[in-house]
Design a protein around this ligand. Structure first.
Ligand SMILES: Cc1ncc(COP(=O)(O)O)c(C=O)c1O
Length: 394
């Protein structure tokens, strides 16, 4: 069949290849174990000489469907669905690095990722080497941190919460000659807006809790890469540590992905309109949105993203007290962490999602105390603007 557009891939996925009952929507295989036809069949599956499922921690048809779908969307060979974004990142890290190894990461990442890297991996004697500030990382500065024990490079772009944009191709150009995999957290963009594997990355991770699920009703994670790499991560970590995704969550995420293209278009157009409006507001000090020409990473974002996504960060004049007035008085925007939902969510990174950083670490990573993060939903943008406008005038 002729290669179809991204929007078509997103709606259809790979379901038709699996359907035996002709259902439009695949059933949820809520089962922990699977029957064998006879003892030889069971033994054959374990030996790899017969086809069949064994046990849902190892594989499950509903989870397989999601994995196939996301692999197609990210243009990877294979994917692993995990219980959360954090377990996806932990699984990849612990499968690739062992005690005595190190890895290089951009300094501005989700607060949970920072805690995993800076505390828990250190406890395992795996050393993170952060690039400060990552948005201005030159090839030489990243290269200077590589040695014979460097096991992977890790970046988040656009980054949570500053919306810093890092150049995937530039990081890949450091990773490739050393034969070190480059991992990209693609949560903020989603595969509709950015496909890191086509830009030189080797592994993509997601918090599927966000845009992939899209409806704020589940927690999940995704890892995508070559079959060899995902087999390694599965064998080294996922199968025996067990951070797998439940079939029900996999089904919900597959359902959410069907509307990914229309949601990302609306999140992006809403966010651009709101960012431009905020930039013109007299009480707003600074707006961070990759779609704004004033954004330091605008030209890179334009090169590697289809549109600029639904996430905005901004600082108001008057710092934290002024920011609190907004967060305490919004009516339509919801004061909550997480992102990528249909509803607009507002939160304060320094005291919430990024409180895992010390104040000094936040300053080095460019996360100011007054920064407010907005996950723009798919409501009418004028209603969101009216809500923010009212609170800015209080
Ligand atoms: C960019 C990014 N990566 C990873 C995670 C962790 O994902 P989860 O909450 O699904 O474990 C988050 C959570 O907010 C995130 O924003």
């Amino acid at each position: 069949m002729k290669k179809v557009a991204k929007e078509t891939e997103i709606v259809h996925g790979t379901h038709s290849a699996h359907s035996t009952s002709m259902d439009l929507v695949p059933p949820i295989h809520m089962t922990s174990t699977f029957r064998f036809k006879n003892a030889d069949h069971g033994a054959g599956i374990f030996q790899g000489t017969s086809e069949g499922y064994v046990y849902t921690r190892i594989s499950n048809p509903t989870v397989d469907l999601l994995q196939e779908k996301i692999a197609v969307l990210e243009q990877g060979e294979s994917a692993i669905a995990t219980s959360s974004g954090m377990s996806a990142i932990a699984s990849v890290s612990l499968a690739l690095a062992k005690p005595g190894d190190n890895f290089i990461a951009c300094s501005t990442v989700y607060g949970g990722t920072f805690a995993l890297f800076n505390k828990h991996l250190r406890d395992f004697k795996i050393e993170p080497r952060f690039v400060y500030p990552s948005s201005y990382a030159s090839k030489d500065r990243i290269e200077a941190l590589v040695d014979e024990n460097t096991r992977f490079l890790y970046m988040e772009t656009p980054a949570n919460p500053t919306l810093d944009v890092a150049d995937i191709g530039l990081w890949a150009s450091v990773a490739k000659p050393h034969n070190i995999p480059l991992i990209v957290d693609n949560t903020f963009a989603s595969p509709y807006l950015q496909r890191p594997l086509t830009l030189g990355a080797d592994i993509v991770v997601h918090s599927a809790t966000k845009y992939l699920g899209g409806h704020g009703d589940l927690i999940g994670g995704i890892i995508v890469g070559t079959k060899k790499m995902t087999d390694h991560i599965r064998e080294e970590y996922v199968t025996h540590y067990g951070p797998i995704m439940s079939p029900f969550n996999a089904w919900l995420i597959s359902r959410g992905i069907k509307t990914l293209a229309v949601r990302m278009e609306k999140h992006s157009s809403n966010a651009l309109k709101i960012a431009q409006w905020l930039e013109g507001h007299s009480k707003v000090k600074k707006v961070y949105y990759p779609g704004l020409v004033s954004h330091s990473g605008h030209h890179i974002a334009k090169k590697q993203m289809k549109k600029f996504g639904g996430m905005i960060a901004f600082e108001v004049k008057g710092g934290i007290p002024a920011g609190k007035i907004i967060m305490d008085n919004v009516k339509l925007c919801i004061l909550a962490v997480s992102l990528g939902d249909c509803e607009t969510l507002i939160q304060h990174p320094a005291s919430m999602t990024h409180s895992t950083y010390t104040r000094e670490e936040r300053a080095k990573a460019g996360i100011s105390d007054g920064l407010i993060r907005l996950s723009v939903g798919i409501e009418d943008p004028d209603d969101i603007i009216a809500d923010l406008d009212r609170t800015l005038s209080l």
